[in-house]
Design a protein around this ligand. Sequence first.
Ligand SMILES: Nc1ncnc2c1ncn2[C@@H]1O[C@H](COP(=O)(O)OP(=O)(O)O)[C@@H](O)[C@H]1O
Ligand SMILES: [Mg+2]
Length: 438
Amino acid sequence: MNAATVPPPADPLAAVPRRALAVRAATLLLLLLRGAAALAAQTAVGILRRDMRTRRDRWLVDLVTRLGPAFIKAAQLLATRADVLPPRLCAAFARLYDGVRPAPLAAEAGELRDSGLVLDRGSDGVARPVAAGSIACVYRATAPDGRRVAVKLRRPEVARRLAVDLELMRRGTRLAARLPQLRGLPAVAVVDQMTQAVHGQLDFVREARFLAEFRANMAQESGLRVPAVHPELGHDGALVMEFMEGLRRREPHEFPAGVRERAVLSTLRGIYRMLFIDGLVHCDLHPGNLYFLPDGDVVLVDAGFTVRLDERTRRAFAWFFLQMTVGDGKACAQIVLSTATPGPRADTDGFTRELTALVEANSGVSAADFDLVTFGASLFDIQRRHDLYAAPEFVFPLLSLLVLEGTVRAFAPQVDFQKEAGPYLMKAVFGEAFQPAA
Ligand SMILES: Nc1ncnc2c1ncn2[C@@H]1O[C@H](COP(=O)(O)OP(=O)(O)O)[C@@H](O)[C@H]1O
Ligand SMILES: [Mg+2]
């Protein structure tokens, strides 16, 4: 049973010194002011050259990159939401998935010599990453036994910068949570858990363990691949794994329809197994971490933002999803009521009535017609209006689906994602003994 860990017990962010926070807040302000000046200049040139939008997009990506890894993370998340942001902007932010400005070769690289790894170098003798994410850069290398491996090296300074920014976000949320508009939303608890989970991405030993666990779990599904980990070659700042060939972001039109659908179905089965069976959830399956190969196989990388659901959350989420697929809104309401905390004016009847209507309206619809953002927002809104305080643990299962939703919709909008969940939900709710009919 998964007795551990949402959130991790220690709170490393609370240890960030006040002075560091004040200095960083001032720096951010300065960066924003400078950014505003740059925007004014770009707008002026853009009007003259009639390429204002392109310039503005480039400016925004550049600003986010300058602000640092915590902001890059947020932009990556937003880039999956073509329904929330203009698609043009999503495309601009999408460059941040794996094309963040590469860092200078980290000090950690020196320590790699102990393990006998040799990083590939260009003709000029410089090792260049094959891809660069917000936390790390990934290099190609050769192991002492000749195996080709991927080496994920943490960006220099990222640990300190990320901790400071996350703590600033946390304090900002505490202030904002006093606004009456945010009453009833578990904003502080959610941001606390999120920031701790994002901070967990710095720990490569933990990530290596999760990656190995995902590999074992996903091996039980067909069409899903996760790189093997070589822990004996890595250390805390360097994760060494099997090199996955052919990882390139591909557009839907690059695949025949059947292949596209197979890739989406494999992905959905993978996430359902994570959510409902294993309780080990990859919360960051944006297109920089989830790749569709030309043959329809799917590669998952980057287990940095991974959360283990506790048993109660996993089961409650599975029950909710199950009742939703059969359109039983009353049962859904019961599940939420059993996890939420009632306020002094809680109206459970009104809540049940409205939630039932919401579930009935959304039961059995295809990916194209279902909108998780609207659904989630309505769910929270109904709770708030009836004075019920939502349990923050559900943020991770919801987040993992939110990040994936854009991809599913772009690649196979006709997929009945609720039906696909069926066998996993049965197994989650009724246990291992259940075998779905073939
Ligand atoms: N095992 C691998 N083989 C080949 N490329 C990889 C591998 N793992 C990661 N990458 C590439 O490196 C990029 C950055 O790695 P990732 O683990 O996602 O770092 P970050 O945590 O900074 O996002 C990925 O988006 C992917 O393109
Ligand atoms: Mg990544």
